[in-house]
Ligand binder design. Structure first.
Ligand code: GAR
Length: 665
């Protein structure tokens, strides 16, 4: 039994192989440095620890809950002064949030005055602050990473871009060496852009890295390290670009979720062995053992399972901390204290941080103009109090009268947790909707774009969409199934995949006109699906014409609905029922499949994708259907994937409108 705090009675589990941690003898006075949402999450989690006597924050968030004491520091004071003041306040332990404090050597200053600290020294923080150093460590430790070269001279960098090997890459990443406040990385799709990036970044840092662009899925893995051992968290994924679908500029992170499907326990074991342990050994060998959170940003090829470490960070990620800390079951303060060596005794860290089963989704609400020119001073209206863990605050200022104003780019984030990822997602978005301020914007696709599938029949297309979300071909969360038929086979499919369902039969024929019945039905549907908060509806064998109530609720800024349908013919031929039979009965040479956006006409709306297939020699309509369905099951997920990522343009207007796929970001 680990008893970290005298008389705390805390901790119901002994981490695997742990020795008994020496009690600090008394509870701890802790100083937490930072003021963002990450630090708010840390403050909230630390404050639950039975080991805690008092939590001081510097500078802390203006609108965080009372209960954290601000350390008063004269403006302009350097870290040595903060360390001395902390000593005067009998602070026992320092926890550091932001990377700049670490690279400025805050931990070294606290150690000088004898205060244990969780975080790397200035020398060890170079794993984040110097990209070149980080690459050298990776190479020496045998950690897979992208091919790269570093340059201090623009001409040499440009010559490298001209070399034939480098020209073969599918893209180029140009990075400034050194911290550049989130502006130091340019992902370039052309050599021209790469050349421009070299010039810009050389101007900022005097040294740049040119690296091969890698395609795949990004996953964040964080571990608490004590210089030699690592205790790894579960996986998380953050969203760097400002706009839904990955459009727009880079940000600090617009949202996050954890755990990431398909990146489970086996990855934890593999990464401990192949990344964290070798890197810690290499850092020790270089005379700068790493204590703190080591954060490996991975790119994983989902098909081959190969991975590369894109970068290391030397601290909790923001927003990763906002999902990992609420999911953490262990006492964070106890583990950070152990890892920092504060207890004065070497202890065995558990290789894995114990996490709750619940998933967590975190959505960042950003200020008008973020990331280019965030505006400050917008009044925040909120339905409930902005307290952790429902909200973590970053750019929020409290006025004398208690009113709240925006005061930063990433204003705050809303958290949702549930045993089901889709429900956690819905809760996060519901919490986000309760906070309003002028110009507020957020991504709609954190934890995958939410899609509701409507089906009346067998549900083989629904099943194909489900499978595609599970193997990563469709970056969506299918949050629910709606059917108008109580006995639809699609309900069984939903049961198999654990998808929530709503059966909403159409009103009886004797209840009003057709338009009235449709409107009543659709109002019921809208009410029922509101809790799922879907961005898109995918019709998959839904045998009803949609009316204005549904279509208008899913109207987007471009004037088209975010409702997508798959139809068994080459539209506009053979709308209505039995498209394959109609093609067969007409003696067509070719049948086909269409995916289109839905308008209020029968099987009408801009066409997104079509596949035709020869049916010459086919012996029955069933044979046509069988081949058609096979095509549908590939075409629908593929097309829906680029539609929900909004990588499309609508060409023409009116009858000749169609949808073109555009691949750029
Ligand atoms: C599919 O062939 C689909 O194209 C068609 O219904 C079938 C549903 O099969 N849709 C329409 O006819 C729409 N007008 P499923 O239930 O096995 O996915």
């Amino acid at each position: 039994m680990v008893h970290a705090g005298a008389g705390t009675g805390h901790c119901d589990r002994k981490p695997e192989g742990a020795h008994v941690t020496k009690s600090p003898g008394r509870k701890l006075k802790v100083l937490l440095v930072g003021s963002g949402a990450r630090e708010h999450a840390l403050a909230w989690k630390i404050s639950q620890s039975p080991l805690l006597d008092q939590l001081f924050v510097y500078p802390g968030g203006d609108a965080w809950e009372a209960g954290f004491k601000r350390l008063e520091v004269p403006s302009g004071a350097l870290w040595d002064r903060v360390a001395a003041l902390s000593k005067d306040h009998d602070i026992d332990f320092l926890v550091v949030g932001p990377d700049n404090a670490l690279s400025e050597g805050i931990v070294d200053e606290f150690k000088k005055v004898g205060i244990p600290a969780f975080g790397p020294t200035k020398a060890a923080a170079r794993i984040e602050s110097s990209k070149v150093f980080s690459k050298e460590v990776m190479k020496a430790a045998g950690v897979p990473t992208a091919s790269y070269q570093a340059f201090s001279d623009s001409k040499a960098a440009l010559r490298y871009l001209d070399s034939s090997d480098v020209q073969k890459w599918s893209g180029w990443v140009v990075k400034a060496d050194g911290l550049a406040l989130g502006k130091g990385v340019h992902v370039c799709r052309s050599l021209e852009d790469s050349r421009a990036a070299v010039e810009t970044l050389m101007g900022i840092s005097g040294r740049v890295l040119i690296e091969e662009f890698l395609e795949g899925e990004e996953v964040s893995w964080l571990a608490i390290c004590d210089g030699l051992q690592a205790s790894i968290f579960e996986s998380a994924r953050d969203y760097k670009r400002v706009g839904t679908g990955g459009r727009g500029g880079n940000t600090g992170g617009m949202g996050c979720y954890s755990p990431v499907q398909g990146h489970g326990v086996e990855w934890q074991d593999r990464l401990l062995k192949e990344v964290f342990e070798p890197v810690l050994a290499e850092m020790k060998k270089r005379g700068s053992p790493f204590t703190g959170v080591l954060y490996a940003g991975l790119m994983v090829n989902p098909k081959t399972g190969r991975y590369w470490v894109l970068e290391f960070n030397a601290r909790f990620g923001d927003p990763e901390a906002q999902v990992l800390l609420p999911r953490m079951q262990d006492d964070v303060l106890e583990i950070l204290w152990q890892a920092s060596g504060g207890s004065g005794k070497s202890t065995k860290l558990s290789p894995k941080v114990r996490m709750k089963k619940e998933a967590a989704v975190y959505v960042v609400l950003a200020a008008h103009g973020y990331p280019e020119k965030p505006r400050k001073g917008d009044a925040i209206r909120v339905a409930d109090s902005l307290s952790a863990p429902a909200y973590f605050l970053a750019g929020v200022t409290r006025q004398a009268d208690g009113g709240l104003l925006t005061s930063g780019g990433r204003v705050l984030g809303a958290l949702g947790m549930d045993s089901k990822l889709s429900k956690a997602r819905a809760k996060a978005y519901q919490a986000a909707a309760r906070v309003q301020f002028e110009g507020r914007h957020f991504r709609e696709d954190i934890a995958g774009t939410a899609v509701v599938v409507f089906a009346s029949g067998k549900g083989s297309n629904f099943e194909a969409l489900m499978k595609a979300t599970l193997d990563g071909r469709l970056s969506a969360q299918i949050v629910g199934l709606v059917t108008d038929q109580e006995d639809a086979k699609a309900l069984e499919v939903a049961g198999r995949f654990g998808v929530d369902t709503k059966v909403i039969p159409a009103p009886k024929k004797d209840s009003g006109s057709q338009a009235e019945r449709r409107s009543a039905h659709e109002k019921n549907i809208l009410k029922a699906i509101a809790e799922w908060n879907p961005r898109f509806i995918a019709l998959a064998g839904y045998m009803r014409i949609l009316g204005p109530d549904l279509i208008r609720a899913f109207w987007d800024e471009k004037g088209y609905s975010r409702i997508v349908n798959i139809h068994p013919s080459l539209l506009p031929a053979f709308p209505g029922l039995e498209g394959y039979r109609q093609a067969y009965d007409h003696g067509c040479k070719v049948a086909g499949v269409t995916v289109h956006l839905v308008d209020e006409t029968l099987d009408g709306g801009p066409i997104c994708a079509q596949t035709g297939f020869s049916i010459e020699g086919f012996q029955s309509a069933d044979q046509v259907r069988a081949r058609g369905l096979e095509i549908e099951h590939g075409l629908y997920p593929e097309t829906l994937n680029w539609i929900i990522q909004e990588k499309f343009e609508i060409k023409n207007r009116g009858a000749r409108a169609y949808v073109a796929n555009v691949h750029s970001n």
